[in-house]
Design a binder for this molecule. Structure first.
Ligand SMILES: Nc1ncnc2c1ncn2[C@@H]1O[C@H](COP(=O)(O)OP(=O)(O)OP(=O)(O)O)[C@@H](O)[C@H]1O
Ligand SMILES: [Mg+2]
Length: 213
């Protein structure tokens, strides 16, 4: 729940600070690492809530967007994820895919899908990859993020777009990402779909009509 996700990392930080103060040997770095983890969790959660409020509040904009540039921009912003460099990027986005849409919502969607593909990669495989594809077909914009990561069991496919849902218990996320993605996709008049198989990988496809309604 919201209050649990806000309070749990804070209580953990308070607890760690107390233990650190009492530690005569002063193994500071151990506490720093754990405190940092809690701070990151809280930071993530607050970002999600702000994005959610923005998505419900802000009016739809119509901006010219080059999709390849937008994806590059999003990927640059994800350099803080260490796993990013362990993944092979097999993007297929022609330079001329340009659409008129709401840039900040599109960035939110793309950012979440790519972050998930990195976070839930399977680094025990010898060739972990992520492939981002984008094309315009019959007046529809079709965007997909394809990974060969951990995958999701079929029984959970419908649930991953629910609020607070996490398919793996060790996830450090708050389970809000795909919920807000779905809300944003709806605002854009699009659809989002998942194909996934446990241990094989996941494909999330976002489709949106470019025809004026
Ligand atoms: N590409 C993927 N591969 C495997 N599992 C995924 C993938 N994308 C999402 N999931 C599963 O779906 C769950 C819900 O995803 P969602 O993005 O909503 O939440 P989160 O990543 O846990 O947290 P948040 O995005 O709020 O930081 C994840 O916890 C994960 O278990
Ligand atoms: Mg996520």
């Amino acid at each position: 729940s919201v209050s649990h996700d806000l309070k749990a990392p804070l209580s953990s930080i308070q607890g760690l600070l107390n233990v650190a103060r009492l530690d005569k040997n002063n193994n500071a770095s151990v506490y720093y690492d754990r405190i940092e983890k809690s701070v990151d969790k809280l930071d993530n959660f607050i970002k999600d809530i702000i994005d959610f409020s923005k998505n419900s509040r802000l009016e739809l904009k119509q901006e010219k967007i080059n999709v390849r540039d937008l994806v590059e921009e999003v990927k640059e912003g994800l350099s803080y994820l260490n796993e990013k460099n362990k993944i092979k990027w097999l993007d297929e986005i022609p330079a001329d895919v340009t659409i008129i849409s709401d840039k900040s919502r599109l960035i939110f969607i793309v950012n979440n899908l790519i972050t998930n593909a990195i976070r839930y990669a399977d680094l025990t495989k010898k060739d972990p990859y992520v492939k981002i594809t984008a094309k315009i077909e019959k007046g529809n914009f079709i965007f997909a993020v394809i990974d060969n990561g951990q995958g999701i069991e079929k029984q959970y496919h419908k649930k991953i777009f629910d609020m607070f849902y996490r398919a793996n218990t060790y996830s450090t996320g708050s389970g809000l990402g795909l919920y807000i993605v779905k809300e944003s996709v709806m605002k854009l008049g699009g659809e989002i779909e998942i194909q996934s198989e446990l241990k094989l990988g996941t494909t999330i496809t976002f489709t949106m009509s470019l025809q004026p309604k």
